[in-house]
Write a protein that binds this ligand. Structure first.
Ligand code: ZN
Length: 147
């Protein structure tokens, strides 16, 4: 009955989800919806299970954007974790994340170099950091900024 199989699909460009910046694109910059990207690690069956340092770093950036402080604490290694995370400054707006380098160093260590940009009260800020990550069991944790 259905004749729908003949409907031609638009040919997708090489970077399908990046144009038009639809509202549900993941804040971390990957070409996927929040639900299919960092949102998976913020809640649900894959909660806290980002599979590699870069994915964890991106999901932590998205957690800053969405102010999911419980996730930031839960993915911070207990040896370095602060007791709490301050609420975001008034008027803080995250502008984007650029991952410059991500490396897994052996079984249980990794590092990610990134630049994150934000704006507070009209002033732009740029955070350039090399983050260190450690794995324990099936979970990666943010350890600290290097250097
Ligand atoms: Zn993401």
């Amino acid at each position: 009955m259905s004749k729908k199989s003949r409907v031609s699909m638009p040919v997708s460009a090489s970077r399908p989800a990046e144009q038009g910046a639809s509202a549900d694109l993941c804040p971390c910059g990957r070409a996927a919806s929040y639900a299919d990207c960092c949102g998976r690690y913020h809640a649900g069956p894959l909660h806290l299970l980002a599979p590699d340092p870069e994915s964890l770093m991106r999901s932590r950036y998205s957690a800053f954007v969405k102010d999911v402080r419980a996730y930031l604490l839960a993915t911070w290694h207990p040896s370095e974790r602060p007791a709490e995370i301050e609420p975001p400054e008034d008027g803080l707006r995250w502008l984007g994340l650029e991952v410059k380098r991500a490396a897994v160093l052996g079984e249980s260590r990794g590092e990610v170099e990134f630049v994150a940009r934000c704006k507070v009260g009209g002033r732009a800020h740029r955070l350039h950091e090399i983050s260190e990550f450690v794995r324990e069991g099936d979970r990666w944790f943010y350890l600290k900024a290097r250097g």
